[in-house]
Write a protein that binds this ligand. Structure first.
Ligand SMILES: [Zn+2]
Length: 334
């Protein structure tokens, strides 16, 4: 009897109700992505809808994804790839981002490739904040942006500079919608960029107090527990386009609401085409990529006022400087 009671308590809570995401005329969508492919996985359909409704889309990809060791080993055939191999892999991934942006925007998508090192975002936030202490990649050996494809070659990989860059992009773009990684993501670059986004939005709003700015803050989720979304670890790509995306039941709602955009078949088809441009990723995780090509895209929608809570959380993390932990309780507050 007691056993059955325990099982009942351990079951996840009922799925949170989802509301339709409203995309108005002339929206300015800003998508923030930790790695090449995250912008398409999360919001390729939303980007197309914004374009169709007469709006504009800017996509910022922060790192080059150059430290995907298993992929570099697989694709070079070397057991111990060199720094040059990792750099070549990063260049290739940046190029794939350009191709995907072309598919989605037909030349109208404004793409910024910042070219930071893979794995640098979270450490820039908690332990490499100042410019005189930039984060050095263990894979490429660089502590600044090395890529010719990147917006600012030579840019230092530190938290202060990344935050300044994001605030400058927000001020210039004045987005009405921001798609960014949820701070609950089970990946350090993703969770870290979620925190950077909230810090940057807070700074942007603080600089323009007289403006009535209320962008839709849309937190997306790419990495959660293994097996989410369904099919992501099946070992072979499947067609999930007839099924809607569902955020996991055990993702804490935190007082926010969930919104989903139902995609038209043509939008799903173009999303699949964009994902096909990520050849390096298709080779090693085609199952994962295909599991995001569904009939809807879903987000946790935050309010701009929620950005006020981020400072204390980040200060706590800087203070303890602990290694990334999957689901620290402190992140549940945002
Ligand atoms: Zn990623």
């Amino acid at each position: 009897m007691f056993f059955w009671l325990s099982v009942a308590v351990a079951l996840p809570a009922a799925a949170a109700p989802e509301q339709a995401l409203d995309v108005g005329r002339g929206e300015r969508l800003l998508i923030l992505a930790p790695h090449p492919d995250d912008e398409s996985l999360s919001a390729a359909g939303l980007a197309q809808r914004v374009f169709a409704n007469g709006g504009s889309v800017r996509s910022v990809v922060v790192t080059s994804g150059d430290a995907y060791v298993d992929a570099v080993v697989q694709q070079t055939g070397k057991r111990k790839p060199s720094a040059a191999d990792f750099l070549a892999f990063g260049e290739r991934r940046l190029d794939e981002s350009r191709r995907a942006a072309q598919v989605l925007g037909k030349g109208f998508l404004h793409l910024d490739l910042l070219g930071f090192s893979d794995g640098s975002i979270y450490s820039a936030l908690v332990s490499h904040w100042r410019r005189n202490q930039p984060m050095r990649s263990d894979f490429t050996g660089f502590d600044h942006v090395p890529y010719s494809e990147a917006v600012d070659r030579g840019y230092a990989q530190d938290g202060q500079d990344l935050l300044s860059e994001l605030v400058a992009i927000l001020r210039e773009t004045r987005p009405t919608m921001i798609a960014f990684p949820d701070v609950m993501e089970n990946d350090s670059d993703h969770a870290g960029l979620g925190m950077f986004t909230l810090l940057a939005v807070r700074d942007w709003l603080a600089r323009e107090p007289s403006q009535n700015i209320h962008p839709k803050m849309l937190a997306y989720l790419i990495h959660w527990r293994p097996g989410w979304p369904t099919g992501s670890n099946w070992g072979i790509a499947q067609d999930w386009s007839g099924q809607p995306m569902q955020l996991p039941d055990d993702l804490p709602l935190r007082g926010h609401r969930r919104v989903c955009l139902n995609l038209m078949p043509s939008e799903v088809a173009t999303k699949r085409q964009a994902m096909a441009e990520y050849q390096t990723q298709q080779l090693i995780m085609g199952d994962f990529l295909s599991s995001f090509v569904r009939s809807s895209e879903c987000f946790t929608q935050l309010q701009t006022g929620d950005t006020q809570r981020i400072e204390n959380v980040v200060e706590h993390w800087r203070h303890v400087r602990k290694a990334f932990d999957s689901h620290p309780l402190t992140r549940r507050k945002i």
